[in-house]
Design a protein around this ligand. Structure first.
Ligand SMILES: [Zn+2]
Ligand SMILES: [Zn+2]
Ligand SMILES: [Zn+2]
Length: 278
């Protein structure tokens, strides 16, 4: 499984669009891996997680062929994870030619479906996204799409909906994708243990970075607890790759400093464009 982190910031981006804090100024000055866009990850070349407004920028920066993507699993309806406007560009014969996959199939909770329908409802007949489907999925109900088996698990995050973290198997390897969430629910650990899940990689919400974490996101002070518990119940072993991701500019550590602190705790630090092969 090839995992490409396309966007690794929290909702506001880093540097944040309207921010002049010390950490945004430093990120602008240093550039490189300190520039982080909104959350999105590509699995192999045909499976996306989330569809933020930065999707177009991700295509420009990495050169990926978005028309190859057949499946897009959305974690929740927050705008940094799902912004449907550009889906209108998926229109063979007008906005797009020679697309590899005729249809992009999007999956998400009822809030994602509602957001999509509200958006489409405002469009004229000629503007409708013509080659996109959206399907509602439910927690603990694995779905098979092509060679992938995807299990949505409930996240401790957006209280007005049922946000998901995802267990994704591509027929060979398994990724546990913990975005966005605070400390996972006990029932999620129970589900993983009872089902004998082995994760080859875990990607952890680390929004708070160096700040004391709490509530509906995690930080460097809480991810080791999750890492330890997953190991204790046998979901991970010494071969598992652990990565931190989804960082806020409020978290106070630029990329190199964050790499060092996270590395000491046994995590690799994601950056926009990072590729991990498991
Ligand atoms: Zn987010
Ligand atoms: Zn800032
Ligand atoms: Zn969120």
């Amino acid at each position: 499984m090839k995992i490409t982190y396309l966007g690794t910031a929290a909702a506001e981006g880093w540097p944040a669009m309207f921010c002049n804090c010390e950490y945004c100024k430093q990120a602008k000055a240093l550039g490189g891996k300190n520039i982080r866009t909104r959350s999105q990850t590509l699995i192999n070349d045909d499976f996306l997680i989330d569809f933020p407004a930065d999707t177009y920028n991700h295509m420009l920066k990495t050169g990926i062929d978005l028309s190859k993507v057949k499946y897009c699993f959305v974690t929740h309806s927050h705008i940094d994870h799902f912004e449907p406007t550009d889906l209108c560009m998926r229109f063979e014969s007008c906005y797009a030619h020679n697309m590899v996959e005729p249809v992009l199939n999007i999956y998400g909770n009822s809030a994602v479906l509602k957001r999509f329908e509200r958006f489409v409802g405002k469009l004229g007949e000629e503007e409708q996204p013509a080659a996109v489907t959206v399907t509602e999925i439910k927690a603990y109900e694995p779905i098979k799409v092509g060679r992938y088996t995807v299990t949505p698990l409930p996240a401790f995050h957006a209280p007005k909906e049922t946000p998901f973290v995802y267990l994704i198997n591509d027929g060979e390897k398994t990724l546990l994708y913990l975005h966005d969430t605070g400390l996972p629910f006990d029932e999620v650990y129970d589900y993983l243990e009872k089902n004998g899940v082995h994760a080859d990689m875990v990607s952890y919400d680390c929004t708070f970075v160096a700040l004391p974490s709490g509530g509906r996101h995690m930080g460097l002070d809480s991810v080791p607890t999750v890492k330890e518990r997953l190991s204790r119940i046998g979901v991970t072993d010494e071969s598992t790759v652990h990565a931190v991701n989804h960082f806020s500019h409020n978290g106070m550590l630029l990329h190199d400093e964050l790499c060092e602190k996270a590395g000491e705790l046994g995590f690799i630090t994601s950056y926009d464009g990072m590729v991990v092969e498991i």
